[in-house]
Design a protein around this ligand. Structure first.
Ligand SMILES: [Zn+2]
Length: 158
């Protein structure tokens, strides 16, 4: 067997130890400066302060620690996905991407969340995931304005 490359505490983190999403499930602004734009029955969504291009939103499962969608009940999984769609419709309306990517990776924070990644006709990786993944800071005034537009869009979508 090759040498282990994943963190030594990976299994503990998957089990919920020191999970930042559990700790911040109700934060208006999380530890990374991401701004909450949606509170659903099963999820909370944040517009990211650091993003490769405008409109990165994460929809995070809330209520208890769950590392893999397979660990949700069927009703929970359907409800979570419904809330992801609710947020995604608003992202489409506000940012008008040419394509929206739905990433459910959990490789850095092993708590179920879906990253909604806007793709644009002039982005650097047509036809593939964005590479390189270079994060740029969204200016605070832009972030606040985008967050408000997302909230308004969600108040008028179903
Ligand atoms: Zn968690």
């Amino acid at each position: 067997m090759s040498p282990r490359t994943w963190p030594v505490d990976w299994e503990d983190r998957r089990a919920g130890k020191d999970c930042e999403f559990c700790a911040e499930s109700d934060a208006a602004v999380d530890r990374n400066g991401n701004v909450r734009v949606f509170e659903g029955e099963l999820s909370t969504a944040y517009l990211h302060r650091l993003a490769p291009q405008p409109g990165l939103v994460s929809v995070r499962w809330r209520g208890r620690h769950v590392a893999d969608p397979c660990d949700m009940g069927e009703h929970e999984a359907a409800g979570f996905w419904s809330e992801v769609m609710h947020v995604a419709r608003a992202v489409h309306r506000v940012f008008e991407p040419c394509q929206l990517n739905y990433d459910i990776l959990g490789n850095s924070v092993p708590h179920v969340h879906t990253n909604l990644i806007c793709r644009y006709l002039d982005d650097p990786s047509p036809g593939t995931p964005i590479r390189p993944w270079v994060l740029r800071e969204v200016p605070p005034t832009d972030l606040a304005a985008q967050a408000e537009r997302l909230r308004r869009a969600m108040s008028t979508t179903t």
